[in-house]
Design a protein around this ligand. Structure first.
Ligand code: DER
Length: 239
């Protein structure tokens, strides 16, 4: 199957199996696969669609929601303590425990906020993304850092065995480092193939885990991995 068809298949499956009957809040991720999720939601032709607030994970995600005529709500406008019913998002790579590498689109901070405030996180991915271990295909772990913390995080990553972590530079359209929607840098940290969380628990037990607090944000960089574990993860793979 060609990749776009695989993405559409994954999105159709994910929405069919996991879009709740009468949700209040739905999380919408970033990237290209999520476009198919929004299309699949629209084709449900829900009579109560205007009652549902869609929570974006960045500017691209927000534009996707509003261009589709759906009602968007900014993350910081969510009522305190409310849980997002289901968050749909893509990933760059997923392992057999549903750990995800995210951040290819440099939206991972807000993606993580939405994913971790959702009752259920549905990762929508075409077959290329599903690998036994993380960093089998994807080259490095994206980490969002405040610019002030960047050089310190780079040196910590080197001591953790990352082979050449670097601040993500813009292309010809952007001189200098790219900035995320939260005005942060992205560091891409290459590591050898990453371990599963079960292996990471073992690495923690052996004291190989470094946990620290960057400027204002908590980042946990374990010996080999920075990965978000999908909450009640459900993996919808397009074939
Ligand atoms: O940045 C991210 O984590 C996104 O979810 C993204 O990388 C997935 O992008 P894709 O759906 O275009 O492959």
């Amino acid at each position: 199957t060609d990749i776009e068809t695989a993405k559409r298949n994954a999105a159709t499956l994910a929405v069919k199996d996991h879009f709740p009957p009468s949700p209040s809040y739905i999380g919408i991720g970033s990237g290209s696969t999520i476009v198919h999720v929004v299309n699949a939601i629209k084709s449900l032709n829900l009579p109560n669609i205007s009652q549902i607030a869609f929570v974006p994970t960045g500017y691209q995600s927000r534009r996707l929601i509003t261009d589709a005529g759906l009602r968007d709500i900014k993350f910081d406008s969510l009522p305190a303590g409310v849980l997002i019913d289901v968050a749909f998002d893509g990933a760059d790579e997923v392992d057999e425990e549903l750990n995800c590498i995210k951040g290819g689109g440099a939206c991972l901070y807000q993606e993580k906020l939405v994913a971790t405030q959702a009752r259920k996180f549905v990762c929508v991915a075409d077959y290329r993304k599903l690998q036994g271990r993380l960093l089998s295909q994807w080259p490095s772990v994206p980490i969002e850092v405040e610019p002030l913390a960047a050089y310190r995080v780079l040196s910590v990553l080197r001591t953790l065995g990352s082979t050449g972590p670097a601040i993500r530079e813009g292309s010809i359209a952007k001189a200098g480092p790219i900035k995320t929607d939260q005005d942060n840098f992205i560091i891409d940290a290459p590591f050898p193939t990453l371990l599963l969380h079960s292996d990471i628990a073992k690495a923690k037990a052996e004291g190989k885990v470094v946990e620290g607090r960057g400027q204002g944000g908590l980042w946990e960089v374990v010996n080999l991995a920075l990965a978000i574990k999908a909450l009640e993860g459900v993996l919808s793979v397009g074939i």
